[in-house]
Design a binder for this molecule. Structure first.
Ligand code: FAD
Length: 429
């Protein structure tokens, strides 16, 4: 038994940790519990009494330079893919805001990036997946075992342990991004700017969620396109490190307010254009190792929801007003526009706006989040499983109406009794 937690550092549990060195061992050893990659999910989706860590399933298998299709083991990280393939002129078709996630984790969460409105989520670029279900290895794709494919993409590890996947990279001619940062004085302007720049490949807005009244939702919108010119240089890791948990009192409503205000006002001009390397553009938080220690020993959570586009302004206004009123500031609040969702049973994206808010854990937080749940439900939205640590079964089932089809596939492949996480039990799967 070993102590283990995920990125939000809550909960901390004792678990049996199994780190198979080959997928062959995995078939013969243990097939129950939950798979785990690099533990970058915030809550309890990768926690169970038995955990199967993909760390050693980390080999590249083949790459087709004509199609950009990479076949690799599920424990390969996006970081390793970038280090190996950027110099050859290839980039990830979809990337989340950290490169320290595995291919298995990216598929299980069907992660989205800043380009969802134009290029979909990670699994929209996946050709095939091999996984261990019930003592056997199965390959699934849109053509082979399509029901298992729809359940595994975004299925939070609940259909088995992914061992290999084939997916498409996209060609680039430079490692640089032409970036434009635009100031939005409030939410209405931010949403109008998202629409105005809808054809730009990458967009994301950082929101000052403590601002109120006419400034409610003031933001910096960051837009980007791959540059044509510039060397294919990769990133460097591990320069800065947060050595230990910070005292949790350092993050309070005053320091958060001061930070938010300084961040918004740091850009003086209404619009700034420049060229930046892909690393600070996509992964600003990766520059400090263990930045999650900033929230102190009690940990933190990320509340990420999506609400349909037509409810956008009204729903986001109601939520931001509830947060500002609670004075429980979120240090980091990120807004993205999402395009149409796909058919995967439990994938998070749907056409609309998604807001991700980091909150330090304290005894008042969950009652605020319960209030936010009511608003999200009212506007027919849902919460992201990869960030969640507390949603109720009722909230989950309301947001993910395909959960019954998902369960039926799990039963059909005989995995419903084998794979489970603390989260899956809590949300009634
Ligand atoms: C700073 C930061 C920024 C982020 N930004 C984004 C973002 O922009 N967009 C976004 O969508 N997500 C984002 N995330 C969330 C992150 O991308 C997902 O949680 C991702 O799944 C983590 O991958 P992992 O390898 O760490 O998986 P883990 O956290 O270890 O596991 C996550 C889930 O994947 C399952 N899983 C992992 N490996 C396997 C496998 N081999 N087989 C089957 N199931 C498996 C686990 O069971 C679990 O349910 C962010 C996280 C952080 C910390």
């Amino acid at each position: 038994m070993k102590k283990i937690t995920s990125w939000g550092k809550y909960p901390l549990i004792d678990a049996n940790i199994n780190t198979p060195s080959t997928s062959h061992n995995l078939v013969n050893e243990l097939h129950c519990g939950i798979a785990r990659g690099l533990g970058r999910s915030y809550g309890d989706s990768a926690l169970s009494e038995n955990i199967i860590v993909s760390e050693q399933l980390n080999h590249f298998i083949s790459f087709d330079e004509d199609t950009g299709i990479l076949l690799c083991e599920a424990g390969v990280s996006l970081d390793e893919i970038l280090l190996n393939f950027v110099p050859k002129g290839w980039f990830l078709s979809v990337t989340p805001g950290t490169k320290f996630v595995t291919v298995g984790g990216a598929i299980a969460s069907d992660v989205h990036g800043k380009n969802h409105h134009l290029e979909g989520s990670f699994c929209d670029h996946v050709i095939s997946i091999t996984l261990i279900t019930n003592e056997q290895k199965i390959t699934c794709s849109k053509e082979d075992n399509p029901d298992l494919f729809l359940a595994t993409c975004g299925g939070m590890g609940l259909t088995g342990v992914i061992t290999e996947a084939a997916f498409k990279l996209k060609p680039i001619t430079s490692a640089y991004i032409n970036q434009k940062v635009v100031k939005a004085k409030n939410l209405e302007t931010a949403l109008a700017l998202f629409e105005h720049y809808r054809n730009v490949t990458y967009s994301v807005a950082w929101i000052d969620c403590l601002s109120t009244d006419d400034n409610l939702g003031r933001s910096l919108l960051m837009l980007g396109e791959h540059a044509d010119k510039g060397k294919l240089t990769t990133h460097k890791n591990g320069l800065l490190n947060m050595p230990c948990d910070m005292p949790s009192f350092l993050l309070n409503k005053y320091t958060i307010q001061a930070f938010n205000s300084a961040y918004y006002n740091k850009q003086l001009k209404e619009e700034v254009n420049n060229t930046v390397h892909y690393d600070p553009f996509f992964y600003p938080l990766d520059s400090i190792n263990n930045w999650n220690r900033m929230y102190g020993g009690n940990g933190f959570t990320q509340y990420q929801f999506v609400i349909p586009k037509e409810a956008g302004k009204e729903g986001l206004t109601e939520i931001l007003a509830a947060i500002a009123e609670s004075k429980q500031g979120s240090f980091l609040a990120v807004l993205k526009i999402l395009g149409e969702g796909n058919r995967n049973h439990l994938s998070f994206p749907m056409e609309g706006y998604t807001l991700a808010l980091d909150f330090k854990l304290n005894d008042k937080l969950f009652s605020l989040l319960d209030r936010l749940d009511i608003i999200v439900r009212k506007y027919k939205g849902r919460l992201y499983l990869s960030k969640d640590v507390r949603m109720s079964a009722e909230m989950f089932k309301a947001g993910y109406p395909q959960w019954e089809e998902f369960q039926a596939v799990r039963k059909e492949y005989g995995v419903d009794e084998l794979y489970h996480s603390l989260q899956s039990k809590r949300i009634g799967l």
